[in-house]
Design a protein around this ligand. Structure first.
Ligand SMILES: Nc1nc2c(c(=O)[nH]1)N[C@H]1C(S)=C(S)[C@@H](COP(=O)(O)O)O[C@H]1N2
Ligand SMILES: [Mo]
Length: 227
């Protein structure tokens, strides 16, 4: 058993870090897991590559990861660049947004309020625990926002949209997408209290993890036979 002390409300530590998400995304994979290309759109548009990000200071950060369904993985060490540095250098000149909408190569999308996105522990990560990010965990680039539930940590990033409105269409059903989703306040979803959502989500963990694991295995077998 993992040490369960000091976790946020309703969370339980597990020993491994599963590939996970909303069911339909289990079978969707990034088309270009090896190349960082981030389209930024606001009043104007820009394309950021790995070379652009390499101009910014590299940071390493160890944090716990909390899925809204109640599993937590402790002590993951990510490295990449601070989103706040990306914002100052490349995004702020394009717009004055209130919301950042992140779009992913697998079709997933999610929004973070600007004030949450600019926290110093929010990073665009391309490495995990000393190795390049795997397909399971978000290659080529993912957002890590440790104060927010996993669903605000989009993988396989391909675009960031700068929006003046705070409203957007989430990948999940609306009740599942809290605008802020802060783990410490148990903001699991909208309208329904966190402690109730715990009970609804917890029974789904095992089957979801299995579905994501088996889909990845098939994807890797297909990629191996195609090459
Ligand atoms: N592109 C993309 N990002 C995503 C998801 C997804 O399905 N697709 N799922 C989210 C959810 S619900 C969780 S818990 C985490 C899981 O991250 P992991 O697969 O690295 O454990 O990714 C989040 N980001
Ligand atoms: Mo999640």
């Amino acid at each position: 058993m993992s040490d369960q002390t000091g976790l946020p409300p309703g969370q339980r530590a597990i020993d491994h870090f599963p590939r996970f998400g909303l069911n339909p995304y289990a079978e969707r994979f990034p088309k270009e897991p090896d190349r960082i290309a981030l389209t930024i759109s606001g009043d104007g548009e820009a394309l950021l590559t790995g070379r652009d990000l390499a101009e910014l200071p590299r940071v390493e950060q160890t944090s716990d990861f909390h899925c809204v369904t109640t599993w937590s993985k402790r002590s993951l060490t990510w490295s990449g660049v601070r989103l706040a540095d990306v914002y100052d250098r490349f995004l702020a000149p394009l717009a004055e947004p209130r919301l950042l909408i992140f779009r992913c190569q697998d079709g997933y999308r999610v929004g973070l309020l600007l004030e949450d996105a600019l926290a110093p522990d929010v990073i665009l990560a391309d490495r995990l625990d000393g190795a390049p990010l795997s397909i399971a965990h978000g290659a080529p680039l993912r957002l890590v926002a440790p104060a927010h539930y996993g669903y605000k940590n989009p993988k396989h990033l391909k675009a960031i949209e700068l929006s003046r409105n705070t409203d957007y269409r989430p990948a999940a059903l609306r009740f599942m997408d809290h605008p802020r989703a802060r783990v410490a306040l148990e903001e699991r979803g909208r309208w329904i209290p966190g402690p109730i959502l715990r009970l609804l989500y917890r029974p789904l963990i095992a089957a979801t993890a299995r579905r994501f694991r088996e889909a990845l295995r098939r994807h890797q077998a297909d990629s191996a036979s195609a090459s």
